[in-house]
Design a protein around this ligand. Structure first.
Ligand SMILES: Cc1cc2nc3c(=O)[nH]c(=O)nc-3n(C[C@H](O)[C@H](O)[C@H](O)COP(=O)(O)OP(=O)(O)OC[C@H]3O[C@@H](n4cnc5c(N)ncnc54)[C@H](O)[C@@H]3O)c2cc1C
Length: 524
């Protein structure tokens, strides 16, 4: 729980990227259950950043310690994607508030694992302005907390129902009813009407966390499918297809199975690189010594957040489905464990703001901010890195392909800007999702090229050490040394992604700039 948290609350302030790395196998073991610690940590971070001393000492500390859990209360029956339509009401009552309303889909809304739950709830004070600007933030404890931090009586908040979902069964998704008896005590966090800004801290963290759900599912499913593909014997090698006596081979020998395996591997490693990059940006946006670096990383993080959330949750689902396909019938049966990942990870494209909303956030908010400055920062970063990779003897040609794709992304961004400036918002909205996918593919291509440069240099160093001067000697080296094999594989993975996956951008660009717009008026 305390990983990547402040020392004074018992945490271990390791870099965010380390915390992402440590979390991946835990989440991969059970995405659903991981929502309990994930949300708890997020709520603790908000209270630590914006809460007063009392909230820090008596609530945040217990969350960081894992003694209590936290939840995130935004969604209401009429306020899903439109968070600003929330109606839950909070009225001043002495030093605290009384809160009334219903929140739905609240992950971990009720459980009997910990003695208390801190619900972080968005609500409207009397006479608050309409929309998100009228929302304030509150802590609603399941069990009331006395002034000295001891627990009081049960608060007037109950779980009125549990959603029967297609997956995520290890995470109770609850309908929460606040104040049925007009006695639901709430403690305000920060200033009135400043709730959405503070909640965004949790939402942004949770969006990166949701991308991590996609990666973790993909990594686990790929691992299961790879092991199976090495063991399952079926058919003969394609070169022996006319020979009924030919030896039977493991399915990993079949080109189409290798295609599926590499597709899973390249996407998984690409998402991992993307998540580490975003985590690193989050780190330096706060901790860099000079302001220019903090600002630059902050801008990069703003652009990367909706991409990480939407791209990784979609690709994570895609990898989970490919793993099922790779294993054939064995993948489809319950015993493989894959079907749970397929069901669980599907939710990641819905919660924390649907992927459609992320795409609109990218084109409508992030890319237009400060006259496009955030987007320019992102494109400069990609351009600089690709120029360095393009100068590399081995990786150069591959980096050139990614540079071409960056040009394509730039063209589509230009078309988006034109549509926006001419007031044609419907056309821009139609382009949002394919454009976000293009940005995700570009980001992964860029980062895998960086990895390829490191891998190529490391492979050269190993070859020099072993005196492997000819291509044949290098091939023997990559066969015999697992380290050399690892680096050689990295090169193949980058190459496969750029040539076989990233080519999607050709079609997506066409869809964005030349696609059929008639659907906007077509009868349906
Ligand atoms: C397993 C699970 C756990 C959850 N946990 C929590 C939680 O802990 N706390 C919490 O507060 N909420 C939680 N949610 C709720 C989740 O955040 C919402 O489901 C999500 O924000 C979408 O809202 P909605 O379901 O009302 O869909 P809607 O808003 O009705 O959207 C339906 C469809 O319309 C699209 N759409 C809606 N508005 C627009 C628009 N303006 N432009 C383009 N497309 C649009 C959406 O992209 C979507 O495809 C959880 C949901 C699930 C499934």
């Amino acid at each position: 729980m305390g990983l990547n948290s402040p020392e004074e609350v018992g945490g271990n302030p390791l870099p965010t990227a380390v915390s992402v790395g440590c979390s991946e196998p835990l989440i991969g073991a059970n995405i659903a259950f991981s929502t309990y610690p994930g949300l708890t940590r997020g709520v603790a971070h908000v209270l630590y950043a914006y809460g007063d001393d009392w909230l820090r000492e008596h609530v945040a500390q217990r969350l960081f310690a894992g003694e209590w859990t936290g939840t995130m209360g935004l969604t209401e029956p009429q306020a899903g994607s439109a968070v600003g339509d929330a109606k839950t009401l909070a009225e001043p009552h002495g030093e605290r508030y009384r809160i009334r309303g219903t929140k739905i889909f609240i992950s971990g809304g009720e459980q009997d694992i910990t003695e208390n739950i801190a619900h972080l709830v968005l609500a409207r004070t009397p006479d608050a302005p309409a929309g998100v600007k009228g929302l304030s933030l509150f802590i609603v404890p399941k069990v009331r907390i006395n002034g000295d931090g001891s627990l009081g009586e049960r608060n007037d908040v109950v779980c009125a129902g549990i959603e029967e979902k297609m997956g995520m069964h290890g995470s109770a998704t609850c309908v929460m009813s606040f104040g049925d008896h007009d006695a639901c005590e709430a403690i305000r966090v920060g200033k009135e009407h400043d709730g959405i800004r503070m909640m965004f801290m949790l939402m942004n963290e949770a969006r990166i966390g949701t991308g991590l759900h996609g990666l973790s599912a993909a990594a686990t499913c790929y691992g299961i499918a790879l092991e199976y593909a090495k063991e399952r014997i079926q058919g003969v090698a394609i070169a022996d297809m006319r020979n009924p006596e030919a030896p039977r081979v493991p399915i990993i020998a079949h080109p189409d199975v290798r295609r599926m395996l590499f597709s899973m591997k390249a996407k998984t490693e690409g998402m991992r690189a993307l998540l580490y990059k975003a985590a690193d940006c989050a780190e330096w946006a706060e901790r860099a010594a000079d302001e220019e670096a903090r600002t630059r990383h902050g801008h990069l993080l703003e652009i990367l957040t909706p991409i990480v959330k939407a791209y990784c949750s979609d690709v994570g689902f895609d990898v989970a489905v490919t793993a099922v396909q790779t294993m054939g019938g064995a993948g489809y049966v319950h015993e493989s464990g894959l079907e749970q990942y397929v069901r669980d990870v599907k939710a990641a494209s819905i919660y924390e703001g649907t992927n459609g909303i992320q795409a609109l956030d990218l084109i409508g908010r992030k890319m237009t901010r400060e006259h496009g400055r955030y987007f320019i920062t992102f494109m400069d970063e990609v351009e600089k890195s690709l120029a360095a990779s393009a100068a590399h003897g081995v990786v150069g040609p591959l980096a050139n392909r990614v540079q071409e794709e960056q040009g394509r992304v730039r063209e589509v961004a230009g078309a988006l800007a034109m549509a926006g400036m001419s007031g044609d918002l419907q056309t821009s909205a139609l382009m949002a999702t394919p454009f976000l996918t293009m940005m995700g593919n570009l980001s992964v291509g860029w980062l895998l090229c960086e990895q390829a440069v490191i891998a190529a240099d490391a492979l050269d160093a190993l070859a020099a050490q072993a005196g492997a001067k000819t291509p044949e000697a290098r091939a023997v080296l990559t066969e015999s040394s697992s380290e050399a094999g690892f680096y050689a594989n990295k090169l193949h993975t980058a190459e496969f992604f750029v040539r076989n996956v990233m080519v999607q951008n050709l079609g997506l660009a066409r869809e964005c700039t030349d696609g059929y717009r008639g659907i906007l008026q077509a009868p349906i």
